[in-house]
Design a protein around this ligand. Sequence first.
Ligand code: MG
Length: 164
Amino acid sequence: MSGAPPLRIGHGVDAHRLVPGRPLILGGVTVPFDRGLEGHSDGDAVAHALADAVLGAAGLGDLGRHFPSSDARLAGIGSLLLLAEAARMARAAGLEVASAQVVVVAQQPRLADHVAAMAERLAGALDVPADRLAVTATTTDGMGFTGRGEGIAASAVALLCPVS
Ligand code: MG
């Protein structure tokens, strides 16, 4: 028997409420829409789900543990900074993102024209080549809180490998 396999997988899920008077920021991209995501940070559920996947894969807990919403210094912070910090912590543990995918669940707005830009921004925050990231978008056929447009959800998986 050899030792533990060098690959680690992580999964992250997040959802935020859509509210008027805020920009809609997903994967670090500002998407034109009449509402945005509520949150202590910029509400970027895509970045949050991916950061949780990275931290989880590295065995480092989750975003809430490292960046609690009770921390007033984090109010309004850009979530790509949180994602970059998660990637830095994983690297300090000897791991980097080999491959990751985020699925955004939103009835509206239509996100197809924005997913490539999101993947680029997320890869930049992780400091890995853009082709290691994929972002896709789906709806729930009008069902549930995303279907009613009450919020937007995201689910992410990240495969981490030893730092090359
Ligand atoms: Mg969140």
